[in-house]
Write a new protein. Structure first.
Lengths: 439, 325
């Protein structure tokens, strides 16, 4: 059978062997956690605690006030040491709550279990998910409650549970599918109920056959479809995934809502189930710590706010000469300048290696590989030229804002041009101009 | 133990494919080796001298311009100047004197490439610019042909297969060059264009290494076969077969090594087809109805000129973009 897929894209080395067969280990919480109040797409949460307060594990410490925001919860029990700016994996210093762990893990008494979550109505589910501070765990950290509340005029018919994990080196989602298939499927069912959709499709790339078979076994008696996709990057990118599975094209500048689809990562589905059934807010997540620069690569379950330093130490520490530290996958992850940054909800992995000297940059020889492989159908080299010569109107005409920054173009570029960097610069300039105009 | 705060900050992606501009260029050079050896086999010392003088002149001119433009001399070894030199030599008649070849190489690099801003910015294929210059400046020297070293033919009336076809009424006379000779290359013609087998070997290597876009040679063959095929079917007494047109002259070297030059061919998928089909048709037009027996050089240069225009009007559709009304 021909596997479903999307046009274009690339095949970077998967490099998942380091951790694929390692079960998720629970990492003991650190002595101190640093929980940023902004860990999601949107506006920061507002702090509910101040220095000296005692907090419980799972207690809400930051409230997401606006629609595009999410609450944050304490990942340990103990005493608030500070509410102040702290390092953030995004690069800027951002307000964060520092909590000293008392080692007791006293659970917040107000968290309540629900015996039959499937009896909940959509409004309740949305409310619980919002309270639990669940955001998309694939990396973009879009507040999940927003995704669960589609506009009235846009009915949802299909829920896609994204288990592609197309980024090389990352294996946390794969392990989740192997170790927690039931929770994922139940979470998917809750999402379906919340949005009153008909179909659930769990999509998995064909390099994760074991996960496919496991989920298939658990989904045997349900309507949930488990679909195998071709292993190709970026198979898990929302718009490409929707096209691969349903042949629907999300219109430019719109959301999956517009074609009746909601896409949720497998980790998010599990987090939703945990929140709805156990009342557990999102205070921990599974991540992959890997790369040739890590002594003992592992998949670990880690508390939000744990400094990278501790996670790396838990995985045997860094090897000598490591000069590259990345949060996320090698294709779309963020470079980190320091190990003193906390794990946030969007941290899917921590990677470290010794980089080879950066190759010489040439001028574009118009080989057109960037165009032939762009999953969005863009012309990266031309966009770069527009941005370089500050022709932003033209760049927008040629679809610069449609770029998802997957990095295929730059990965392939034989001239080693930082195409994604130029495109990002152009996007930021255009967005800044638009803000100025509307202000 | 490493110090904190000592990591490299760079924007994603953090991994890169191993292919690079010099690798692509050296792949092309390797792919030209079979044809180079064939030329040396058929034309002996003359081929060696022409190849050597063209490559040396191309490299020296490139170096001079890099120095004038205050660019790092290291990019001399990206391979592109060597390719230009090799390709120019292969499109020259074996009897051409080396000093003219050197003039051609200097023109190719200076006017064909460096005045536009060097690698990546030229509009026309540099080697063909050099050849077009020689063709116009020294028309007699550029159309005097000698037979390959192995054949004993009266040199006074010797012509290339296409010249024979056009000016000596070869079909009626029954002297049309047999396909077998075209295949192995034991015929008259430019240095590197005579041996089909050597060129196709190099061409397949390029395709295998993904160093060229397969649509370009394929599109050129397709349109040339259709164009010449129509005339051949209507009047085989007057027109040569499509197979003859594919094998004869500079079509193979043009289709695999010159039209496929990344810098001077379109960057969009649809554009590539338009460009390739256009080259095939123009080659057919010149060969069948033009004043020259051969038209590969002019057809590629002609379509090169349209590339920016083609690129502009063939932008691929963005995922989720609606068709314009």
């Amino acid at each position: 059978m021909k596997l479903k897929t999307f046009p274009h894209g690339i095949h970077p080395p998967e490099s998942k062997d380091l951790t694929a067969e390692k079960a998720i280990e629970s990492m003991p919480p650190p002595e101190k956690v640093f929980i940023p109040l902004l860990q999601h797409f949107g506006s920061p949460a507002v702090s509910l605690v101040s220095k000296g307060d005692e907090v419980y594990l799972g207690q809400k410490i930051g409230e997401g006030k606006t629609l595009f925001s999410a609450s944050v919860h304490s990942s340990v029990s103990g005493k608030v040491l500070a509410v102040d700016n702290y390092n953030h994996p995004g690069g800027d210093s951002i307000p964060a709550v520092t909590i000293a762990n008392d080692g007791q893990d006293r659970i917040f008494p107000e968290l309540k279990k629900i015996s039959n979550p499937f009896s909940l109505n959509p409004k309740d589910i949305q409310q619980i998910v919002r309270e639990a501070g669940v955001v998309g765990l694939g990396g973009a950290s879009f507040p999940t409650s927003v995704k669960l509340s589609p506009p009235k005029d846009k009915p949802i018919d299909t829920i896609i549970i994204n288990g592609c994990e197309c980024e090389p080196m990352l294996t946390a989602d794969y392990r989740l599918m192997l170790e927690h298939p039931e929770e994922i499927l139940k979470g998917a069912e809750i999402i379906r109920q919340a949005t009153e959709a008909e179909r659930i499709i769990v999509s998995i790339e064909d390099n994760k056959l074991k996960a496919f078979n496991t989920l298939k076994k658990y989904a045997k008696n349900s309507r949930t479809e488990i679909t195998l996709l071709k292993t190709k990057y970026p198979q898990g990118a929302e718009k490409n995934l929707i096209f691969a599975l349903l042949r629907r094209k999300v219109p430019r500048g719109r959301l999956p809502f517009d074609v009746g689809v909601i896409v949720q990562n497998v980790g998010t589905a599990k987090a939703i189930w945990d929140a709805v059934s156990q009342g557990i807010p999102l205070y921990q997540r599974a991540i992959t710590v890997s790369g040739s620069g890590i002594n003992k690569p592992k998949n670990i379950l880690v508390r939000i706010g744990t400094p990278f330093k501790n996670t790396v130490a838990f995985c045997g520490g860094l090897k000598n000469g490591v000069d590259t530290l990345i949060m996320g996958g090698p294709m779309m992850g963020l470079s980190q300048w320091s190990l003193d940054v906390p794990v946030i909800k969007g941290t899917s992995g921590i990677l470290a290696w010794v980089s080879s000297p950066s190759p010489l940059e040439y001028t574009c020889i118009r080989c057109s590989r960037c165009i032939g492989h762009c999953p969005m159908g863009l012309v990266p080299t031309q966009l770069m030229n527009f941005v370089k010569y500050d022709n932003l109107t033209k760049a927008e005409d040629w679809g610069i804002l449609d770029c998802v920054e997957c990095g295929c173009c730059q990965y392939l570029c034989p001239a080693k041009i930082p195409l994604v960097h130029w495109i990002r610069l152009g996007k930021n300039k255009i967005i800044a101009l638009k803000r100025k105009k509307s202000a | 133990m490493i110090k904190n705060n000592s990591f490299i900050i760079q924007s994603s992606p953090h991994i890169k494919d191993k292919d690079s501009v010099p690798k692509i260029m050296y792949t092309v050079i390797i792919s030209l080796l079979p044809a180079s050896f064939a030329s040396v086999y058929f034309f002996r010392l003359k081929a060696v001298i022409l190849l050597f003088s063209c490559i040396a002149a191309a490299l020296l001119t490139e170096a001079l311009f890099l120095w004038l433009r205050k660019k790092p001399l290291s990019s001399l070894w990206d391979g592109s100047a060597i390719i230009t030199g090799m390709l120019l030599a292969m499109t020259l008649p074996p009897s051409l004197s080396p000093d003219l070849a050197i003039i051609g190489a200097v023109v190719a690099i200076s006017i064909g490439k460096q005045v536009f801003g060097g690698l990546g910015y030229n509009i026309f294929n540099p080697a063909l610019v050099g050849r077009a210059f020689l063709q116009t400046a020294f028309p007699v020297a550029m159309t005097t042909w000698i037979p390959p070293a192995l054949t004993k033919i009266n040199t006074a009336t010797f012509a290339t297969p296409l010249g024979n076809l056009k000016f000596q009424d070869a079909i009626a006379q029954g002297t049309l060059t047999p396909i077998k000779s075209l295949f192995w290359g034991n015929i008259g013609g430019c240095l590197g264009e005579t041996s089909f087998i050597a060129l196709i070997l190099g061409g397949f290597y390029l395709l295998y290494r993904c160093a060229i876009n397969w649509r370009i040679p394929f599109g050129i063959f397709l349109s040339l076969v259709i164009f010449t095929g129509i005339f051949w079917l209507t009047n085989p007494e007057k027109f040569a077969s499509p197979l003859f047109h594919i094998l004869a002259g500079g079509l193979m070297i043009g289709a695999f090594f010159m039209a496929t030059d990344m810098v001077t061919s379109p960057i969009t998928l649809l554009g590539t087809w338009i460009y390739a089909l256009g080259i095939g048709i123009v080659v057919g037009l010149i060969r069948l109805f033009g004043g020259f027996p051969e038209g590969v050089m002019y057809s590629i240069l002609f379509m090169n000129a349209f590339v920016p225009l083609i690129n502009r009007y063939t932008r691929p559709r963005i995922l989720g973009e609606r068709r314009k009304r």
